[in-house]
Design a protein around this ligand. Structure first.
Ligand SMILES: Nc1ncnc2c1ncn2[C@@H]1O[C@H](COP(=O)(O)OP(=O)(O)OP(=O)(O)O)[C@@H](O)[C@H]1O
Length: 420
């Protein structure tokens, strides 16, 4: 329009023919604008019409409809359609008696109908569901330190079972369990595995300061965990030999604790006497398969399996990050109840999250590259949910990690209080 005004002014100034030319130009510009608006409205209408038509067809075929007293077909509600061919976000009002699982069973049929890789459903907690197809952009958020001191008599079991580390697609806080679980993180280089590790470490800081959580760090790359060296006290290793020794030390402490508990309790209650031990292992695949020395590799594998199999009840949690989740690289996949899949190639997704999870909506290959806003984004599947949830982990700036590590260092160095 500005271009049109720019052209019209000199024409009008040029006299009668100029004015005529200006009138023609205005009419032509107006017509083009009208056509463009009409076209975009028509495209929007067509999009919505197609989504609704296919939605109803799938609902009918997958028995997600019912009939009223006059035998008319009654469909679930569909509203707030947003999207284009590749991405779709729509709110569904299910019929009474339907569950999230009923809709999930129909997800592959919806994906086929909408010609997208996968469709997933989210329970909005208000009686509605959201149908999601494709990757939906998630805003980056910086970690905000919770400076509040834990109140006296805090239930550490409850707290550690659900620690907020990011935001879900629906804008809700997203929490991971740091008790009775192990967490596997997989993503190509630059996917943002570091933000999962540091969101967890920073969110666990109040528990670490209270002496209820102890961090361990195995850092073969010497880059990721070294930034927060002070978190780990003397429980940090960055050479092959040291890494194996540290794993063996953790396994021995775990067995000692399990023996102490035997006959008294089924599991360790998080406390200063029985702190939860959170073992961060960067490049887990290196320890489990790629370390050049075979003997060291075997020792690492033995200690790691012991911690993964027996550690949950004794209060040992492994958080392992890797780039290549192929079976030959990681034999322990099934020992991690919680899996975090970041940007990955399609065939890798089910290896990390479990069979059928790509089809259930974990489109990790559609997470954009880090520079295009995909860093720190992941699909997470936990033992409890069993379905992929799309999450963006909080962004933890290097300065915050270093500053916090320096503060925590004297506390991380304090000796463990003997339990008996
Ligand atoms: N949660 C996040 N929000 C926004 N940006 C992020 C987030 N996480 C990571 N980034 C950006 O992505 C970059 C790469 O992240 P990071 O180093 O954690 O990846 P990585 O998966 O650990 O890579 P590598 O395997 O090579 O170590 C960071 O330097 C940062 O700029």
């Amino acid at each position: 329009m500005a271009l049109c005004v720019g052209l019209v002014r000199p024409l009008v100034q040029a006299g009668v023919y100029g004015a005529l030319g200006a009138a023609v130009l205005i009419v032509v510009t107006g017509a083009v604008c009208c056509l463009a608006v009409q076209h975009s409205l028509a495209a929007g209408w067509m999009f919505e019409h197609n989504v609704r038509r296919r939605f109803r067809a799938v609902c009918r075929e997958r028995r997600l409809t019912t009939r009223d007293d006059r035998d008319n077909v009654v469909y679930p509600g569909l509203s707030r359609l947003i999207g284009n061919g590749a991405v779709l976000n729509a709110r569904i009002r299910p019929l009474f008696g339907q569950s999230l699982a009923d809709w999930e069973r129909a997800a592959p049929a919806f994906a086929l109908a909408y010609a997208v890789a996968a469709v997933r459903f989210r329970d909005n907690g208000d009686g509605s569901l959201t149908l999601l197809a494709g990757y939906q952009p998630l805003e980056a958020r910086e970690f905000v330190m919770n400076e509040a001191e834990p109140v006296e008599g805090v239930d550490w079991r409850e707290r550690l079972a659900s620690v907020v580390v990011g935001t879900t697609e629906g804008g809700q806080p997203f929490a991971l369990p740091f008790l009775d679980s192990h967490i596997l993180i997989a993503g190509i280089t630059g996917a943002g595995k570091g933000s999962v590790v540091w969101s967890a470490a920073l969110a666990l800081l109040p528990a670490a300061k209270a002496g209820v959580v102890r961090f361990w760090g195995i850092d073969p790359k010497r880059l990721e965990l070294a930034m927060g060296r002070g978190f780990f006290g003397d429980r940090y290793a960055n050479t092959d030999e040291q890494a194996v020794q540290l794993l063996e030390r953790a396994a021995a402490e775990m067995l000692e604790r399990a023996e102490g508990l035997a006959g008294h309790a089924r599991r360790a209650e998080p406390s200063v006497l029985h702190p939860v031990n959170v073992l961060f292992i960067d490049e887990l695949g290196y320890l489990s398969a790629l370390m050049p020395d075979r003997k060291l590799r075997e020792r690492a594998e033995k200690a790691l399996s012991a911690i993964l199999v027996l550690g949950r009840a004794a209060g040992f949690v492994v958080i392992g990050a890797l780039q290549d989740p192929r079976k030959e690289v990681l034999n322990f996949r099934d020992l991690f109840p919680t899996a975090v899949a970041m940007r990955l190639r399609k065939p890798m997704v089910d290896l990390v999250l479990g069979a059928g999870m790509y089809e259930a909506g974990a489109v990790c290959d559609q997470i954009p590259p880090p520079k295009a806003g995909g860093a720190g984004v992941a699909f997470v599947v936990s033992e409890d949910s069993g379905i992929p949830v799309c999450v963006r982990f909080t962004w933890c700036p290097d300065d915050l990690i270093r500053k916090t590590a320096a503060e925590l260092e004297p506390l991380a160095m304090r000796p463990q209080i003997a339990a008996n």
